[in-house]
Design a protein around this ligand. Structure first.
Ligand SMILES: C[S@@+](CC[C@H](N)C(=O)[O-])C[C@H]1O[C@@H](n2cnc3c(N)ncnc32)[C@H](O)[C@@H]1O
Length: 230
């Protein structure tokens, strides 16, 4: 699949799925948002790019916390984000663009956050490079992924008590129920791209829940990486 095919699939997704609430879905509210905000530090006054912002729930959380936010989104999800901004203005700027193609904001941001985005982009190397280039020196790159080591859905853990890994090293696409595919790459592919883009990895979180009945008390669904532009 090309980037264009994937963006068209996200267009369709935006027309058929219920918009997120203010905190996103359960995983975002309880796992991803706390990790992202921990790695970001106090948002007030920061210039932040929400790269691949979807319907913009994270852009709005960041703006409410005092950040100056730009949301970048190539698909029709941007209409949801713009509608929310029109309904409750938070001074968020939305740009419709493909992260892999570049968007002309080099050196501008204190932080770039790609929340659950890079695993969805065929040309993820260019997307990572543009995220890094958008940072000022010392700026923070934060990205979250479906954990590439443990991609089986929560239902698989619930049924078996473990998640299986059959093909880790080979890059491949995985169909997702009711949505665009996920592109699997080994973790090293992402981490090496960060380093090649001139960033130093500072911290990695594998968010967990306390409830022993939940898979995320045992096997993380996500990984969240903080890097700093040198
Ligand atoms: C799983 S959603 C995450 C959306 C949002 N960050 C969130 O957490 O709700 C993945 C997003 O990546 C976007 N995306 C796909 N291809 C992209 C590209 N080439 N450049 C930027 N964003 C892209 C999709 O349109 C979609 O909004």
């Amino acid at each position: 699949m090309t980037n264009r095919d994937v963006i068209a699939a996200w267009d369709e997704h935006s027309r058929t799925h219920t918009p997120f609430g203010p905190q996103g879905d359960f995983a975002r509210e309880h796992l991803l948002n706390p990790a992202v905000f921990t790695l970001l530090g106090p948002p007030a006054g920061l210039r932040v790019l929400d790269a691949g912002c979807g319907g913009g729930y994270l852009s709005r959380l960041l703006a409410r916390a005092g950040a100056h936010v730009t949301g970048l989104e190539p698909s029709a999800y941007i209409a949801q984000a713009r509608a929310a901004e029109a309904a409750e203005p938070l001074d968020i700027r939305y740009v419709q663009a493909d992260l892999s193609a570049g968007f002309g904001d080099d050196g501008v941001y204190d932080a770039v956050i790609a929340n659950m985005v890079l695993q969805d982009i065929p040309d993820y190397g260019a997307a990572m490079r543009h995220c890094a280039a958008a940072l000022r020196r010392g700026g923070r790159l934060i990205f979250s992924l479906v954990h590439p080591c443990f991609e089986e859905p929560d239902a698989a853990w619930a049924a078996k008590g473990y998640v299986a890994v059959a093909e880790y090293l080979r890059e491949h696409s995985q169909p997702q129920a009711g949505g665009p595919p996920l592109f699997h790459r080994p973790l090293s592919a992402y981490l090496n791209l960060v380093v090649e883009a001139g960033c130093a990895i500072r911290r990695i979180l594998e968010p967990r829940l306390d409830d022993p009945a939940d898979r995320n008390a045992h096997v993380p669904s996500f990984i969240v990486v903080l890097a700093e532009r040198g």
